[in-house]
Design a protein around this ligand. Structure first.
Ligand code: ADP
Ligand code: MG
Length: 344
């Protein structure tokens, strides 16, 4: 494949190249890339701003993550926090630290993923910073979004008996990562071996190309329902539940049989001899939304939304966080998942 060195373009050339691919997706961007700062229309309500930093070797491994997927994921990670406030993301900035290991073509790949995600979510890349790095690829994403004042969802807003909801399914991204790690090890031991990825497309996709749940925020908005509290599931269900509980000053009770786990996740877990519930409670990178609703909103959500599971409720005692098993045992949830080891 063709390889163009970054120094042929130079920093300004590179920025120009990125800017020329940027497209306008929404009307609140007045000025994107190219001046000292981006200019956006300040909507009614609150502006939301969040930042994430991703470092090669810590957050991603380029030996098995395609750059295009990485670009897509960076955007998803960035806007997921805006969604978790019940907001609509509008713009992002992405800053990159590049070593000379990267070619212009590699940067193009990365940005093709970034722009694909911008298009999918109706947002724009309005700026960033570009610098060289001596220690691999560094990516930082900031997202701007808006939310109506009365609809903002903090972590702290859950009330007694509110129903705990989670979108999509959990644990798949973690198992996808374990499959990739397994195959990397196989490759390091015997480079001629064929990777055994077949049958695991679902969990691999969940790891490599997660989606942010803008669709859910829109569904809730259409129903005129505001979650009482919300957080995105980036670290695993157990630790996110503990955040909601602690911030809201309440306890949580969730039911094992209500936790949404995809059939392909069970399959991968069996093959890897890992517990599917451990993956769901403790895995992370699912980028689903965990939120609470008032009891009176339950029926409406039940009848008019898809892909939302009701997994439990907020309880009075702030010191309790329980998983009720299928055998009706109450097991304390720890930040590490749960305290009893499970059968895989
Ligand atoms: P400054 O010296 O003011 O930081 P830069 O040359 O770094 O100027 O940036 C010029 C413009 O290019 C700004 O609008 C900035 O947001 C944008 N920009 C720089 N790097 C990137 C990048 N990696 N992606 C998107 N926009 C970028
Ligand atoms: Mg700069």
């Amino acid at each position: 494949m063709e390889r163009t060195e970054l120094n042929i373009l130079g920093e300004f050339g590179l920025i120009e190249r990125i800017a020329s691919q940027s497209q306008v997706h929404n009307s609140t961007t007045i000025k994107g890339i190219g001046d000292d700062a981006a200019v956006v229309v300040a909507d009614q309500g609150y502006q939301l701003l969040s930042t994430e930093l991703l470092i090669e070797g810590i957050h991603f491994d380029l030996s098995y993550v395609p750059l295009k997927h990485l670009g897509y994921k960076v955007v998803v990670v960035g806007i997921s926090d805006v969604l978790a406030m019940n907001g609509i993301p509008k713009q992002i900035t992405v800053s990159i630290g590049l070593s000379n290991r990267f070619s212009v073509e590699a940067v193009d790949e990365l940005y093709s993923g970034i722009f694909a995600a911008c298009e999918d979510y109706g947002i724009e890349l309005v700026g960033g910073d570009t610098t060289s790095s001596r220690s691999g690829l560094i990516l930082s994403v900031s997202a701007i979004g808006t939310v109506e004042k009365e609809k903002i969802a903090y972590r702290k807003g859950a009330k007694l008996n509110d129903i705990i909801c989670v979108t999509g399914d959990l644990g798949a991204a973690y198992l996808g990562l374990q499959i990739l790690e397994r195959e990397k090890q196989v490759f390091l031991d015997a480079p001629e071996a064929q990777p055994l990825l077949a049958g695991h497309e679902y969990v691999l996709q969940r790891q490599l190309k997660p989606e942010a749940r803008l669709d859910i925020i829109k569904q809730l908005s259409d129903l005129n329902i505001a979650p009482t509290s919300m957080i995105d599931v980036s670290d695993g269900l157990a630790s996110e539940l503990r955040h909601l509980a602690a911030e809201s000053g309440l306890g949580v009770r969730i039911f094992e049989e209500q936790i949404p786990i995809h059939q392909k996740t069970y399959l991968a877990a069996t093959e890897l001899k890992l517990g599917p519930f451990t993956a769901a409670l403790n895995g992370g990178e699912d980028y689903e939304l965990l939120f609470t609703i008032r009891q009176e909103d339950y029926q409406k959500i039940m009848d008019h939304t898809t892909d939302i599971s009701f997994i439990g409720f907020m309880s009075a005692d702030p010191s309790e966080a329980f998983l009720i098993t299928k055998q009706n045992e109450a097991i304390p949830l720890t930040a590490q998942g749960w305290e009893k080891s499970e059968d895989a």
